[in-house]
Design a protein around this ligand. Structure first.
Ligand code: NAP
Ligand code: MHF
Ligand code: MG
Length: 292
């Protein structure tokens, strides 16, 4: 059998291009507006899974000229204290975007807290107002990871209209908004999840396959339709026997590269696109807040 190699969808390169555009916008507007855009990130406890995200966000903000306000709290902080922090950030005129890093320690209700973020500062697109706007195909702040997937597919001119798209995962952060964005682009969308029966039969039909379950090795090459476009959202940290750790997605990358037409790497795929969309959302909140 002939062996092919999938073309890589290079999220890192596209993220760099987006940073240049954002940096130029900020350089032009900051003197007129009199302040840089500001992004506040709230983290409770230390979450090793989120460490890469936090690090990359801070680096990227510095690169484009966004001031990032990191707020780190111990695990024993109370819900009432966090509510007060959100209320203060909602009022703060230096802050255009507020992101509550997920997941949250078990005793804290992250959903109730997300509801208290001012929708126009909700750069993660998780407030019910922004989710509602997405359902209605209205403009508004949209979840960064699925927005990053859409932007990357657009960059490579991947046709979506009329295609069979399968999203594996149905979280509010990734799977559900991803499915809505693909639907908006006129794909025929199927959402699979942990209760789906016969996942392989479902994924084998996908012209566009998006894996967002958080399980390394979930998608093997035999589950992928030849010629499919395969996007790996999963970020899983694996530690090998020598104690070295590395990031992998949900897709068996090496074997799938011989079946798919396009494939995203991990790292270097959707992770950097997520950070780029977060910065883009922050800049669009900044422009809106300052009437530009
Ligand atoms: N690249 C990025 O920028 C980025 C951003 C965010 C998240 N992530 C990564 O993406 C992954 C998903 O994140 P998330 O926040 O959406 O996670 P999540 O909230 O844990 O959701 C996981 C989803 O996968 C489904 N699932 C679990 N096991 C499954 C199985 N065996 N077959 C089919 N579906 C299954 C779950 O189904 P149920 O609903 O039935 O439980 C759930 O809907 C994680 O690896 C996360 O680290 C990456
Ligand atoms: N509120 C909230 N929004 C999110 O989008 C979010 C969370 N919380 N919590 C954690 C998850 C995971 N997210 C991530 C995880 C990794 C990268 C990232 O930049 N990944 C690089 C890693 C490079 C490295 O350090 O090796 C990559 O190339 O994939 C981005 C977003 C975003 N996620
Ligand atoms: Mg990636």
């Amino acid at each position: 059998m002939e062996t092919t190699t999938a073309k890589l969808l290079d999220g890192k390169a596209l993220a760099e291009k987006i940073y240049k555009e954002l940096a130029a916008t900020i350089a032009e507007l900051k003197p007129k507006i009199g302040r840089p855009p500001g992004l506040a990130v709230l983290m409770v406890g230390d979450n090793p899974a989120s460490a890469a995200y936090v690090r990359n966000k801070e680096k990227a903000c510095a690169k484009v000229g966004i001031t990032s306000f990191g707020k780190y709290f111990p695990t024993d902080i109370t819900f009432t204290e966090l509510e007060a922090v959100i209320a203060q950030l909602n009022q703060d005129e230096q802050v255009d975007g507020i992101l509550v890093q997920l997941p949250f320690p078990g005793h804290l209700d992250s959903i109730a807290l997300l509801h208290q973020i001012e929708p126009d500062k909700d750069v993660d697109g998780l407030h019910p107002v922004n989710l509602g706007r997405l359902v209605r195909s209205e403009t508004g702040l949209r979840s960064c990871t699925p927005a990053g997937v859409m932007r990357l597919l657009e960059e490579y001119k991947i046709p979506l209209e009329g295609k069979q798209a399968v999203v594996v995962g149905r979280s509010i952060l990734v799977g559900k908004p991803m499915a809505l964005m693909l639907l908006e682009a006129n794909a025929t969308v199927t959402i699979a999840h942990s209760r789906s029966q016969d996942l392989k039969t479902i994924t084998q039909n996908a012209d566009i396959l998006i894996a967002a379950a958080g399980l390394p090795g979930l998608i093997t090459a035999d589950m992928v339709k030849p010629g499919a476009v395969v996007v790996d959202v999963g970020i899983n940290r694996l530690t090998d026997s020598s104690g070295k750790s590395r990031l992998v997605g949900d897709i068996d990358f090496a074997a799938t590269a011989r079946v798919a037409e396009y494939l995203t790497p991990v790292p270097g795929g959707i992770g950097p696109m997520t950070v780029a969309m977060l910065l883009q959302n922050t800049v669009s909140s900044y422009l809106q807040a300052t009437n530009h």
